[in-house]
Write a protein that binds this ligand. Structure first.
Ligand SMILES: Cc1cc2nc3c(=O)[nH]c(=O)nc-3n(C[C@H](O)[C@H](O)[C@H](O)COP(=O)(O)OP(=O)(O)OC[C@H]3O[C@@H](n4cnc5c(N)ncnc54)[C@H](O)[C@@H]3O)c2cc1C
Length: 265
């Protein structure tokens, strides 16, 4: 997998603790699939020692060719704090694309997307790719959940694709009050989508997976966990699954996207 010294094109504060950074990337990203991720390191810095994983949020193209990529990130600690301070033309060591991404829906199947907080990051790349693949996005719905209004991102990106967008916040400061799974459950009772794609906190993925099973809807989940090496060597990101002889798969190498019915949450 290609490792390059990437250049920062821009690094913009969004809302609250969220930022969007654009990085130059290699031609290998022409084949990148939504749900795949990269690992980053700032220049030659040794702190933190371990690279940090981030989903591909969107590919940037010029004359049809990929020239860069965007990452949407939330400042939560040491690395993301340093990243937020970085200026255009700064150097980032970028490794990727890594992991196993989302699959395309079966023909004529309507997709439903469900995001919890920063879990929305890979779903924008997914929605834009589905649109480019000819999926009728104005039939598709996206459920965006967060603790409060500040955690609701990318509404315009989905609206631009004419998707039905539902916002849900735990404190009721934007959209409906409650958990994202409540309106999703109502939707599933009234519609028959072909597939659910979800990314968010573990508890949300467990709930979405249970809903999908109850309604007999295929579902893929992208699991974001604390990850050390990112390339399947350290075995630090194991997840218990039904389809492996040892009972475990590794999120970095076999995921982060898994068929929900195969994962023991
Ligand atoms: C496949 C994958 C894709 C990801 N994509 C994105 C993305 O697109 N945007 C984004 O903002 N983040 C994403 N993450 C999470 C991101 O990797 C972490 O937020 C980042 O590594 C934190 O580094 P830090 O040094 O700033 O925080 P640290 O100082 O390492 O940790 C700060 C706090 O955050 C917690 N933490 C660290 N990583 C995670 C995690 N993955 N989930 C929950 N809590 C965590 C730590 O336990 C600690 O409490 C992704 C993770 C994975 C595995």
């Amino acid at each position: 997998m290609p490792q390059i010294r990437s250049e920062i094109l821009y690094n913009q504060a969004q809302q609250d603790e969220y930022y969007k950074i654009a990085l130059t990337c290699s031609q290998a990203f022409e084949a990148a699939i939504p749900g795949q991720f990269v690992t980053l390191k700032i220049g030659d810095r040794m702190d933190p020692l371990l690279r940090r994983p981030f989903s591909i949020h969107r590919l940037l193209r010029k004359n049809g060719a990929v020239t860069g990529m965007e990452i949407l990130y939330r400042v939560v600690g040491n690395f993301t704090g340093q990243l937020a301070e970085m200026k255009p033309s700064g150097a980032i060591d970028l490794l990727g694309p890594l992991g196993h991404g989302f699959s395309l829906p079966p023909e004529n199947a309507t997709p439903v997307l469900a995001a919890g907080g920063i879990g929305v990051a890979p779903l924008v790349f997914l929605a834009e790719s589905l649109n480019a693949a000819g999926v009728r996005m104005n039939d598709a719905a996206v459920f965006l959940g967060g603790r409060s209004a500040a955690d609701i991102l990318c509404v315009d990106d989905f609206s631009r694709l004419e998707m039905k967008t539902r916002v849900v916040t735990e404190d009721g400061s934007a959209g409906h009050a409650g958990l994202v799974t409540a309106p999703l459950e109502t939707y599933l009772a009234q519609h028959r989508p072909g597939i659910i794609y979800a990314c968010g906190p573990h508890g949300m993925l467990r709930a979405v997976s249970a809903l999908a099973a109850r309604h007999g809807t295929p579902c893929e989940v992208s699991i974001e966990t604390v990850m050390a090496c990112g390339i399947g060597i350290c075995m630090g990101c194991a997840v218990k699954t039904a389809d492996h002889p040892e009972g475990y798969r590794h999120i970095c190498k076999d995921g982060p996207v898994f068929e929900a019915s195969r994962v023991f949450f």
